[in-house]
Design a protein around this ligand. Structure first.
Ligand SMILES: *Cc1c(COP(=O)(O)O)cnc(C)c1O
Length: 405
């Protein structure tokens, strides 16, 4: 059982500025980090093992392997499938560049799948189209965009792949559930502890898997391919001998990060509850504005959104447009972002991926409208209201002046 600690709510009376992101490292995590620094053992060690075990228990996974980033997690997960070089791998066009780099690092060929412009994720139809355009994929990376749980089994069927060939990108989905199961209980799932993510450590990642052999392979691969207890060789009483019986990489997590992770994890459920409350407050306030489309919410029973992002869409014509609203908010020191610049809009990546001849109209349409608003547990109700007031003012002003910029 993990202890649930309620997060402190910082109430700012001035309301602004509202930064887009905020990274809280709780005092217990700072103390845990200081203890590791004093211990003389900084890199992968007992804290990493303990964090893996705490994390596996939190998402109810069979195995958890801590790594240096989610990008490394996806690369190692794909490599563990043992696919031939250049094999096609489906991935959403609406994802972070790191997830696509991971496919390329693994020596595979990314094939972009178009998204439903309202959910930001591939559908059964777009997945089937992309699968047939590449003559049948060898694997697929499924992104739980914004924390909205994707239907992994449905997408695997549409791609003609067994679940074993699917790697879930759960960088946004710590705390998501699908069909009553926490994201993390799938065959192979990758998480991020990057500074802006729901469980921030600054940097770090985790792979959870239900496949014993895959867990062993990734555990060795993350640290030079050395036998998995090789890190113990410098502990008191340790022995120097080890073997390298497989290919290896440098993608291990440090004890410093892991010790912080264990402390941060105790706050996660409280943080998730606050994220959900804030998303509902945004919904209530923004649902009244014409031209604003609220984020998709999962409707299937047993589904839970992790609310990593709160991303609205601004309809052209009914609003001054996404860029004008983002600029007006920036003028008031309210930070926003766009998730994501679709992969085919990034110049180098666009030449390194397969795009079907019909293009990616869903991703393009969404890209012109989508805007992520500040969302983190430390955000106050007053700050949410300030963001909503600023959007409302911007929309009203454009109606009264007839601005169409
Ligand atoms: C942040 C992110 C990643 C990469 O995570 P890192 O831990 O920074 O490597 C991958 N995919 C998505 C969707 C992300 O948002």
């Amino acid at each position: 059982m993990t202890t649930i600690v309620s997060p402190p709510v910082i109430t700012r009376t001035d309301g602004v500025p509202v930064p887009f992101a905020h990274c809280e490292i709780v005092v217990e995590a700072r103390e845990a980090a200081a203890k590791v620094l004093q211990s003389g053992w900084l890199t992968t060690g007992p804290e990493v093992l303990a964090f893996e075990s705490d994390f596996a228990a939190h998402v109810n996974a069979s195995h958890a392997i801590a790594v240096s980033s989610c990008t490394a997690a996806i690369e190692l997960a794909l490599r563990s499938l043992g696919l031939p070089p250049g094999a096609p791998v489906l991935t959403s066009a609406n994802t972070f560049c790191g997830a696509v780099h991971a496919i390329l690092h693994a020596g595979l060929r990314p094939v972009l799948v178009d998204v439903d412009h309202l959910t930001g994720m591939p559908t059964e139809a777009t997945t089937r189209d992309a699968a047939s355009s590449c003559g049948g994929p060898a694997a697929m990376v499924v992104t739980h965009w914004a924390g909205d749980p994707a239907d992994v089994a449905m997408l695997a069927r549409a791609a003609g792949l067994p679940l074993d060939s699917v790697v879930e990108d759960a960088a946004h989905a710590i705390g998501s559930q699908h069909g009553g199961l926490a994201v993390g209980q799938g065959t192979t799932v990758c998480f991020s502890f990057y500074a802006t993510k729901n469980l921030p450590l600054g940097e770090g990642g985790m792979v959870t898997t239900s496949n014993d052999a895959r867990a062993d392979w990734i555990r060795r691969a993350r640290l030079h391919g050395m036998s998995s207890d090789a890190w113990r060789r410098y502990l008191p009483g340790g022995r120097w001998r080890y073997d390298v019986a497989q290919e290896g990489f440098k993608a291990n997590m440090t004890d410093l990060q892991a010790a912080m992770g264990r402390a941060q994890l105790r706050y996660l459920d409280g943080w998730q509850r606050r994220r959900s409350e804030l998303a509902s407050r945004y919904d209530e306030r923004l649902g009244l504005l014409e031209g604003v489309v609220l984020p998709h919410r999962p409707s299937a029973p047993g589904s839970k959104h992790a609310w990593h992002l709160y991303a609205i869409q601004l309809l052209p014509g009914a609003t001054p447009g996404r860029d004008a609203v983002a600029d007006a908010l920036a003028d008031r020191c309210i930070g926003t972002s766009v998730h994501f610049i679709p992969i085919h809009h990034l110049s180098w990546l666009s030449t390194s991926v397969d795009i079907s001849p019909g293009g990616l109209p869903g991703a393009d349409r969404m890209f012109s409208r989508v805007l992520s608003l500040p969302l983190y547990p430390q955000l106050s109700d007053q700050q949410v209201d300030a963001v909503c007031d600023a959007i409302s003012t911007c929309l009203t002003r454009s109606t009264t002046t007839g601005s169409t910029q």
